[in-house]
Design a protein around this ligand. Structure first.
Ligand SMILES: Nc1nc2c(c(=O)[nH]1)N[C@@H](CN(C=O)c1ccc(C(=O)N[C@@H](CCC(=O)O)C(=O)O)cc1)CN2
Length: 296
């Protein structure tokens, strides 16, 4: 391996430390404790792990954590009523509904029921619009985490060619907006992109968020490029399973200048950025400046 490893696990710990410091200052100077409410519908095992981890890390940072669990067959009206109560609760500065929701629920409608200023996932259509138009937004946690790692590694990203693989509303599109905001030349590539390998080969920065295990081989990567792997795919490996990203780690690491691993790359940054967004939401709700180093 020749590429530098971008250690998301270690960087996420640094972000959580900054969050905890800021929370302590908010308590001391403003008698303000940021609060995060996480809503889980159903019993999806992976979602249960993520929700537990969010609650634990929220408390460790000194913030208030509120967990709400609804049964898998809860009706949508019950969820909307809960969201409305949380929208009106002054102790709650951030609200997150864990995805995926059960199939009888309309995810867009549910997300858009969250007050935009409390939408710490940054998925509300108002926040998507604010991000796209360069206004203060709540920024989706995974792309925000990727941007923080890229800035930490490169400093200035201006003028770089960035290729975002994947066009989802929660990763691909906001990631492209963030990179555009850094004055990168941005291409969003997807399943219908022609000559995909050649497009990716132009990139100084590749962000892979397609959800297809090890789709990007090393010979698609420009020598020295930075590769950010958003994929978290569990694959069978003999009798066992293991996690892999959307890029073929070994072959890409031979060519790239820097690369994130899976696990231990983008994933841990997602929850760290959720904590950061909650602090940002609490500050904005109280007319305070958003914390430096924790926002875009
Ligand atoms: N409302 C939301 N729902 C979901 C989101 C989200 O951002 N908001 N993202 C994912 C799940 N997710 C957080 O919710 C998440 C996924 C993975 C990780 C992570 O740290 N992964 C580890 C590996 C974990 C493992 O061993 O399985 C890693 O990459 O190192 C954190 C958060 C979908 N739902």
């Amino acid at each position: 391996m020749t590429a530098k490893l971008i250690d998301g696990k270690a960087f996420a710990a640094t972000i959580r430390g900054r969050v905890a410091d800021h929370v302590a200052r908010l308590k001391e100077e403003h008698d303000l404790t940021p609060g995060l409410a996480v809503v889980l519908v159903g019993e999806d095992p992976a979602s249960q792990v993520y929700v537990r981890s969010k609650g634990k890390q929220t408390k460790e940072a000194g913030m208030a954590s509120f967990e709400h669990k609804l049964p898998v067959d809860a009706d949508q009206e019950t969820l909307l009523k809960l969201i409305n109560d949380l929208n009106n609760d002054p102790e709650v500065h951030g609200i997150l509904v864990q995805l995926p929701l059960p199939s009888h629920m309309d995810s867009s409608l549910v997300i858009n029921a969250i007050a935009p200023e409390k939408d710490v996932d940054g998925f509300h259509v108002i926040n998507a619009g604010r991000l796209a138009t360069g206004q203060d937004a709540m920024v989706p946690c995974t792309p925000l985490g990727c941007l923080m790692m890229l800035r930490d590694h490169h400093g200035d990203l201006s003028g770089m060619n960035a290729v975002v693989l994947g066009r989802s509303n929660i990763v691909g599109k906001p990631m492209a907006q963030l990179l555009l905001g850094e004055s990168c030349t941005v291409t969003i590539a997807h399943s219908r992109t022609r000559d995909l390998a050649d497009v990716v080969r132009q990139a100084d920065v590749v962000v892979a968020a397609v959800g297809r295990p090890e789709m990007v081989p090393g010979d698609w990567i420009k020598p020295g490029a930075t590769v950010i792997d958003v994929g978290i795919n569990r694959i069978q490996d003999g009798e066992k399973t293991r996690l892999v990203g959307d890029v073929e780690f070994d072959s890409c690491a031979e060519v790239a200048g820097a690369i994130t691993p899976v696990p231990g790359g983008v994933g841990p940054m997602t929850i760290a950025c959720l904590l950061a967004n909650t602090v940002t939401a609490a500050c904005r709700a109280n007319g305070l400046a958003a914390p430096e180093g924790l926002t875009k």
